[in-house]
Design a protein around this ligand. Structure first.
Ligand SMILES: O=C(CO)COP(=O)(O)O
Length: 263
């Protein structure tokens, strides 16, 4: 597959924001705003990642109004079902017609002690139910100083792919921890350098064809004003957006990055 066949993906990670009623209003407004602006959803895919309690409402709205938006969970259990209080299985997400699921976000790794092994098990669980895992990797400021930019993200990606075969549909999100919520985004050049290394890793583990077709997103303080710089980079295929995904005008502006770069 040609490199330019990767359809850009702009994904909004809402984190623990917006309840199910707010989610309905937000998704409706987002879809209208993008439609009014003439957004072509086949040229840039848009996905939202609401809290679990919103997903049924989002599913119902998307299906009823035939909205061209994808959605998914922010996490998934390693387990199928059973005595795992508080967990949500991949089967449950698939039953709500989620297409994607975020796995290994740095907030899960640090706040919930998710190890590389747990992340790998979650990726396997997601793929079993035909969910596309968005595998999040990224280095802390301390990692950056000690090991340089790509060593930790590459090691995290290798570990996450332990149970993945080369038929799998996956997405990788490079989110430097120091750039998340800090207002200090990586430069497009920094993001490109790590994304290029992640693509080399994908090629080593899953083969060149998979590496060529797998989308690699950048995340960390992405805004309307800086998205175009990232999207010009050859190995960056989209963005995973936190804070700015909660503001319709800002998120729409990120989704419509092609207008800024004159594509
Ligand atoms: O963590 C992120 C998305 O998953 C990025 O968050 P911010 O866009 O708020 O920096």
């Amino acid at each position: 597959m040609a490199v330019n066949a990767r359809v850009p993906l702009i994904a909004g990670n809402w984190k623990m924001n917006l309840d199910h009623l707010q989610a309905i209003a937000f998704v409706q407004k987002l879809a209208w705003s993008l439609k009014d602006a003439g957004h072509d959803f086949t040229s840039t895919e848009v996905a939202v990642f609401p809290p679990f309690t919103d997903l049924r409402s989002v599913q119902t709205l998307v299906a009823a109004d035939k909205l061209p938006l994808a959605y998914g969970g922010q996490d998934v259990s390693t387990q199928e079902s059973g005595a795992y209080t508080g967990e949500i299985s991949a089967a449950f997400l698939a039953a709500l017609e989620c297409q994607y699921v975020l796995i290994g976000h740095s907030e899960r790794r640090t706040l919930h002690n998710e190890t590389d092994e747990v992340v790998a098990a979650k990726v396997t669980a997601a793929l079993k139910h035909n969910l596309v895992p968005i595998i999040c990797v990224g280095e802390t400021a301390a990692d950056l100083e000690l090991h340089g930019p790509s060593a930790v993200p590459v090691a995290q990606l290798k570990a996450a792919l332990a149970g993945v075969d080369n038929a799998a549909d996956i997405v990788v999100a490079y989110e430097p921890v120091w750039a998340i919520g800090s207002g200090q985004a990586a430069t497009p050049d920094q993001a490109e350098q790590v994304a290029a290394q992640l693509r080399v890793t994908l090629a080593e583990v899953l083969g060149q064809d998979v590496a060529d077709k797998t989308r690699i997103l950048y995340g960390g303080s992405v805004k309307g004003v800086n998205i175009a710089g990232f999207m010009k980079e050859p190995n960056v295929d989209g963005a995973l957006v936190g804070g700015a995904s909660l503001d319709i005008t800002e998120f729409s502006s990120i989704v419509r990055f092609q207008k800024h770069v004159g594509l």
